[in-house]
Design a protein around this ligand. Structure first.
Ligand code: ADP
Ligand code: MG
Length: 570
């Protein structure tokens, strides 16, 4: 017995990744398995991490990204090497663009062969390929570095302006073994991953000075404000100053759309007339006309609260920049006794109220109409009336006309319930966002989709059914991109480029997987279907038959759609 050697207990790369994620409270993974990460997903599941398997990495990535937005923890997406990695990259780039914290963890092929371009199975230098699309891109070369790799990825994803991070794990690192104690000691539980950024008092005073001079102040709330979860502070700032506010689309519901100070339905008036504008977590990008005329007054002055210092002056001069996190910045404004002198003038409030009423009357007439077949506003008026009774529902929204109409027609009353195509206007977020919203919240989700938009992620209806998630997909089906009635441009065999299948039976897609399909040709049928589906809380799909003539090309952003001066026919 004296010759017995005590064997060290071993761990390996697979275990260290799972242990590092668990140690940092990352309890869900969205992905597609295959070489070399299949065992990683199995192990994660056996260790209590929820693994949600998708049909395409792009959807898995979108799910991870929006989970990050909803929880302030990086959403984890797992992909296989090269093609799977690249499929996830659209979502990772979209996360970076939108400021969603996300980590894409991907397996990769043999480093020695990849770097000499000797033609490995799924050969690609993934870490370098990811760089332009991410906030940070790391590769782990030794199992004992996995803890540090995960810690750095978490910090990069959630600190400052959140974004997408890539973490490369070569197959050899996943299977490599190391002494279990050495492995355990190498893991890091990240302390204070998203440190507050306290604004300077000078920047707070400068901003309040400007607000005191304002005759027509306006507060613009962006999705950064929604993300920061400083809901009570933002509301207090708005209500104590009486300043009208305009929510960007994903900030809808941060304060209820029905709030008296909401200027959402007087948008063009407030943009044109405001003389001092306070941006809270919103960028002056294309979605806000770059802050310039004609949408905005040339003499308007801007205050901007943002955690990213280089955002200031990116499109227009920012007279009073406040560089800080939204919670700290809004709290500092509230704590300053000078703020009590800021009060929106009654004439400005009245001017906005008059415009709101005028626009509301016009919209009410549109919504009350019952055209046969349905158009976008009649169908969405039915959806709106049902959702008003279910204010906790998450709303996912993509398409062109489906997006524009739903954003304007469907009011939100709770924060972070509206999830849409965001800064890029990306199509394909639908099923991924819906799945993650349901997984994260356990609440019902209604995804309002154009028929074209649905096609980008439609196969993940199977994922929704496999996990039995309370997701109801509503397809506004007009048989085409923008509209479905365009004639072919002289082709004897093919339909026009904007056309999709006419009268497609999308409700049958979900029936293939055991979900409930509905077809609705009028408001009454749509109301009944949505009411029943919400009551059931099970996977459902409602195919709304919309007039193929309904819908306009490029929806509300026609100005961005170039036309040939030489050949344009339509
Ligand atoms: P929207 O499209 O709704 O206008 P954007 O995505 O353009 O919103 O802008 C969000 C902004 O919010 C980004 O500039 C980002 O840096 C900022 N941001 C995100 N989180 C925070 C935070 N916690 N504190 C301060 N700013 C933040
Ligand atoms: Mg369509």
């Amino acid at each position: 017995m004296e010759n017995e050697v005590v064997q060290p207990t071993l761990t390996d790369g697979f275990h260290l990744v799972v242990d590092a994620l668990k140690l940092n409270g990352l309890d869900t993974m969205y992905g597609v398995v295959g070489i070399p990460v299949t065992d990683l997903a199995r192990l994660a599941q056996s260790e209590g991490i929820r693994y949600i398997g998708f049909r395409n990495e792009q959807s898995a990535g979108h799910a991870a990204a929006i989970a990050g937005y909803l929880t302030q923890k990086p959403g984890i997406c797992l992909t296989v090497s090269a093609p799977g990695f690249l499929n996830g990259m659209v979502a990772l780039a979209n996360a970076t663009t939108n400021g969603y914290p996300m980590i894409q963890i991907s397996g990769s092929s043999d480093r020695a062969i990849v770097d000499l371009q000797q033609g490995d199975y799924e050969e690609l230098d993934q870490m370098n390929a990811a760089k332009p699309f991410t906030k940070a891109s790391f590769r782990v070369e030794r199992p004992e570095d996995i803890g540090i790799g995960v810690a750095r990825a978490i910090r990069a994803a959630v600190s400052g302006r959140p974004g997408g991070v890539y973490l490369d794990l070569p197959a050899a690192v996943l299977s490599a073994t190391v002494d279990a104690q050495v492995g355990a000691d190498s893991l890091i539980q990240v302390v204070d991953p998203a440190p507050r950024r306290i604004p300077s008092q000078e920047s707070i005073s400068r901003a309040i000075d400007l607000l005191q001079q304002a005759k027509k102040p306006l507060i613009v709330l962006g999705k950064g404000a929604a993300y920061s979860q400083a809901d009570a502070e933002v509301r207090k700032l708005i209500e104590s100053t009486g300043i009208p506010f305009l929510p960007m689309s994903m900030a809808k519901g941060l304060l209820p759309d029905g709030h008296v100070q909401s200027a959402a339905s007087a948008r063009s008036l407030v943009l044109a007339e405001a003389d001092v504008v306070l941006l809270i977590g919103a960028r002056l990008n294309w979605l806000l006309g770059h802050g310039k005329s004609p949408q905005w007054s040339a003499s308007a002055k801007f205050i901007q609260i943002d955690i990213e210092p280089t955002e200031m002056d990116s499109n227009r001069k920012i007279t009073a920049p406040i560089v800080g996190d939204i919670y700290s910045s809004v709290s500092a404004l509230l704590a300053d006794p000078e703020l009590s002198k800021v009060q929106a003038e009654e004439s400005w409030v009245a001017e906005i109220a008059a415009r709101k009423e005028h626009n509301a009357t016009r919209m009410a007439a549109q919504l009350a109409a019952e055209p046969a077949p349905m158009n976008f506003s009649s169908a969405l008026s039915a959806v709106r009336d049902v959702l008003e009774k279910h204010p906790d529902t998450y709303l996912v929204n993509e398409g062109a006309n489906s997006l524009d109409f739903a954003r304007n027609i469907i009011d939100m009353s709770s924060p972070r319930r509206r999830l849409d195509t965001g800064t890029w206007g990306v199509m394909g977020i639908g099923m991924g966002y819906a799945i993650a919203a349901a997984v994260v919240s356990g609440k019902p989700v209604v995804a309002i989709e154009g028929d074209s938009a649905f096609g980008f992620s439609g196969m993940d209806i199977e994922t929704i059914c496999r996990y039995n998630l309370p997701v109801i997909t509503v397809i506004l089906n007009n048989g085409g991109i923008y509209h479905g009635d365009e004639a072919s441009h002289g082709s004897p065999s093919d339909v026009a480029p904007t056309r999709l299948m006419q009268n497609a039976r999308y409700e049958m897609v979900i029936e293939a997987f055991g979900g409930v399909g509905y077809s609705a040709k009028d408001k009454k049928e749509l109301t009944q279907a949505l009411t029943a589906a919400l009551a059931a809380g099970k996977p459902a799909l409602i195919n709304c038959q919309i007039d193929p003539k309904a819908g306009t090309e490029s929806g509300h952003i026609k100005n961005l759609n170039p036309k040939s001066a030489l050949t344009a026919k339509s």
